[in-house]
Design a protein around this ligand. Sequence first.
Ligand SMILES: O=C(CO)COP(=O)(O)O
Length: 141
Amino acid sequence: MKPTLALVAHDAKKDAIAAFAERNAQKLSDFSIVATGTTGGRIMDACPALDVTRVRSGPLGGDQQIGAMIAEGRLNGLIFFIDPLTPMPHDVDVKALLRLAVLYDLPTALNVSTAEILLRSARLAGLQSTSKTPEVSLIQK
Ligand SMILES: O=C(CO)COP(=O)(O)O
């Protein structure tokens, strides 16, 4: 089974993630990709051969769906091109998604240069274990 990588981008970063996907289409074909609605549409347009599953658009719950996948141990990595200059109606969802990525020690990239590094890491390719279960005391509460 292929490792699963989530791709998400805010509107100001959609061109950047489409270009990232096009540039790395070969490498991305090693992954099952899950993406928020609009981001996924842009990636599918840019790279029709990729295996992309779309969840809801971010502001309509997509960030939370990706967060749930992290909590369930179903993601191997997250690439999320955030827009640091624009207020978002779903800011709390963005924050919750990033919180879970940190909590579960999920390999995560928030900008293009880190995403390029992450995509080439042995850890992301599933050669080493990925996200860690958080402290037992956290789970039992
Ligand atoms: O808003 C997003 C992430 O917070 C992304 O959602 P879309 O890919 O649907 O635009």
